[in-house]
Design a binder for this molecule. Structure first.
Ligand code: AMP
Ligand code: GLY
Length: 414
């Protein structure tokens, strides 16, 4: 099978990495890609937001399957444009991607499907925001309704800061605070059959100990040794299948990757948010342990034949991904800082580098974004994978590099 992955980030690099290892895949193309991806795929230029440009490229390359990585092209209808040319595409339609594109829409679907989530108010002006903040009390949770690259959510005890964030958003969702650990549970679905992946955990805050502002994700690991028994089966039954069924009932079936961001609260599991694509950096960790051909799962989801494909199997052991971010992230990011040390790790199996915000300038690998790369390692357990990942991080440097030192630390002791 010939495949084309659309996107530039770590998630797309990890997917291309897994497809390159899949015996069912003869060619992996990526567009627009990043410098790291050239080790596993052929990189092409494209405007990822243009459905016609992506579909043209897929036709030129005569690929069998297009995989759309990021949310923005999905919400913009790029999957629809590719499907309209009769090419199989992994990723939901624009209508179905509203599960991520609008938090208010997602709440409506969850309400209709009986999916447990935080109580929420959709607010259109400052008075409504103030009333909702007082209704739920501190800690305050204020979300921009639209796409915000993981940075549209403010959780704070400071009422003034909550009001200030709301004032910067057009439409705001204020919701009840959910306590308890977070879990990322991804599912591959064709709109009917739902195959959950192994649970993972992401670290959203920039600093150790979950301090500082939210980011796109500073690290991840899988599996979760501390997760309650039956978690995946429960979430499939209470969250994933009802959501997929409700989307089908509305005539906008969701086919692609349904990402449930969950809080395991003292009152039970609640959905924090849905995303309509693989999570980053959880995907970097998950792909290293996937023991099934990725292409068959993605193709099954794209063509409505998932139930004919065996459910995903997982290798034993554990995987840890540690993100290295550029100076100033998440408020700003620094470009053009020369990165050294990645060459020694690129080809290795157990520890490898997944690129995100990198570029080549004057023959040097340089930073080109907030999250620069993720060092991803597999081990016999989390402690082993963690040790290897941090050994890898220690060999890489660039001016102003930031990383968390506590990725998977607590879980490695459980
Ligand atoms: P989201 O973009 O909705 O995933 O939110 C980003 C992060 O904000 C989540 O991963 C949580 O850490 C936090 N968050 C979002 N909603 C809530 C909530 N209702 N209660 C507590 N924390 C939340
Ligand atoms: N891991 C967070 C995200 O992909 O949104």
């Amino acid at each position: 099978m010939k495949t084309l992955v659309i996107g530039t980030g770590g998630r797309e690099h990890a997917l291309a990495w897994a497809l390159a290892r899949d015996p069912g895949v003869s060619q992996v193309h990526v567009a627009p890609g990043n410098p790291g991806m050239s080790a596993v795929a052929t990189v092409h230029p494209v405007d990822p937001m243009s459905g016609s440009a992506v579909a043209d490229l897929a036709e030129q390359l005569a690929v069998d399957l297009v995989v759309i990585g990021p949310e923005a092209p999905l919400v913009a209808g790029v999957a629809d444009a590719v499907a309209a040319r009769g090419i199989a595409v992994f990723g939901p339609s624009a209508a179905a991607a509203q599960l991520e594109g609008s938090k208010a829409f997602a709440k409506d679907v969850m309400g209709a499907a009986g999916v447990p989530t935080a109580a929420a108010r959709v607010c259109l002006d400052a008075d409504q925001v103030a009333a909702a903040l007082d209704e739920f009390g501190a800690p305050y949770v204020v979300k921009d309704d639209g796409l915000a690259a993981g940075k549209g959510v403010v959780v704070t005890d400071d009422r003034a800061a909550a009001l200030e964030h709301a004032a910067q958003c057009e439409r705001v969702v204020v919701e009840e605070f959910l306590d308890g650990p977070e879990v990322s549970l991804f599912a591959i679905t064709d709109g009917r059959t739902v195959y959950p992946l192994q649970p993972a955990q992401d670290f959203k805050r920039i600093f150790d100990g979950d301090a500082g502002p939210n980011t796109g994700g500073m690290g991840a690991y899988t599996p979760l040794p501390w997760a309650p028994e039956g978690l995946v089966a429960d979430v499939l039954q209470q969250v994933l299948q009802p959501t997929v069924d409700e989307m089908a009932r509305r005539g906008t079936p969701f086919a692609g990757l349904l990402y449930a961001g969950l809080a395991l609260t003292s009152r039970g599991t609640r959905v924090i948010e849905f995303n309509a694509r693989f999570g980053d950096p959880e995907t970097q960790a998950l792909m290293t342990l996937l023991d099934s051909p990725l292409s068959a799962l993605l193709m099954g989801a794209a063509t409505g034949t998932l139930r004919d494909v065996p459910p995903p199997a997982w290798k034993p052991g554990a995987a840890v991904a540690v993100v290295m971010a550029s100076k100033g992230y998440p408020e700003t990011s620094s470009s053009g800082d020369v990165i050294v040390g990645t060459e020694t790790l690129d080809v290795e199996d157990d520890v490898h580098v997944i690129h995100a915000g990198t570029a080549i300038r004057d023959g040097h690998l340089v930073t080109a974004g907030g999250r620069v790369l993720a060092v991803t390692a597999v081990g016999i357990d989390l402690a082993d994978a963690r040790a290897k990942a941090y050994e890898g991080v220690a060999t890489i440097s660039f001016p102003g590099a930031q990383h968390r030192t506590d990725i998977a630390l607590k879980a490695s002791k459980s």
